[in-house]
Design a binder for this molecule. Structure first.
Ligand SMILES: *Cc1c(COP(=O)(O)O)cnc(C)c1O
Length: 224
């Protein structure tokens, strides 16, 4: 077994354990392997071990890797980094899900491009639940208007919410619970079925709080 395959198996076991402890079906948590800064060869190794969902943070890097790996036709790309509106047109045609919609402007640009391509692009709203100044993401106050703006785009399908937690695991738990509460306040799991939260260090806590998508880089591909 390759090192990446071994680490991947370890992460899958962690997801299963955490799901069992929360009486959740492990199939209700999807693992996204975060491959930013890692070469295409590392992605191929994870793919060979059965991984299909991959997360990238930078538009340019995604465009390049998607071209290098276009023979893997059932690979699903997730965009999880901060996305500038002027890069929306490059990213939209390549991805399965954009996790980081944080402005009406970005929603418009993504929607425009998806409509032009005759497809519906699934998106999440990134929420800065702690109101941390250095972080991207919509504020809790901006969320209702942003949800409306996305619903108004025929090319977009709103699927849920995403957050990047603080490093401290105790504070991370509060952020995850706050995101789940926001989901309940803005339509519940019918309207917002996906919660993208949890990374290498805190995926168990995120799953206990209701995560449906966990974004794991270091624990699969090693340190960046
Ligand atoms: C890099 C990154 C991750 C993965 O973080 P690890 O700690 O390496 O698991 C998850 N989400 C986002 C938004 C990231 O930028």
């Amino acid at each position: 077994m390759s090192e990446i395959a071994e680490r991947l198996a370890g992460v899958r076991a962690r997801i299963e354990g955490a799901s069992a402890r929360s009486s959740r079906d492990p199939g209700s948590v999807r693992l996204i392997a975060v491959s930013k800064t890692k070469p295409a060869a590392a992605i191929r190794e994870a793919y060979a071990a059965g991984q299909r969902d991959f997360g990238e943070n930078y538009a340019q890097e995604l465009v390049q890797k998607a071209a290098e790996l276009d023979d893997l036709t059932d690979l699903r790309w997730h965009f999880i980094g901060h996305l500038q509106s002027n890069k929306a047109k490059d990213v939209a045609p390549l991805v399965h899900l954009v996790h980081t919609v944080d402005s009406q402007r970005l929603a418009q640009e993504l929607g425009k491009r998806a409509s032009k391509d005759g497809r519906t692009l699934a998106v999440l709203v990134e929420v800065n639940v702690g109101g941390e100044a250095q972080k991207h993401g919509a504020s809790k106050e901006e969320l209702p208007k942003l949800i409306e703006a996305i619903d108004a785009q025929p090319g977009l399908a709103l699927r849920g919410l995403m957050t990047i937690p603080p490093h401290d695991v105790f504070e991370a738990r509060r952020a995850f619970e706050a995101l789940a509460a926001l989901r309940d306040r803005h339509g519940g799991s019918e309207k917002l079925p996906e919660l993208s939260m949890g990374m290498s260090d805190d995926l168990e806590v995120a799953i206990a709080s209701g995560a449906t998508l966990v974004r794991v880089g270091t624990a699969i591909f090693g340190a960046r």
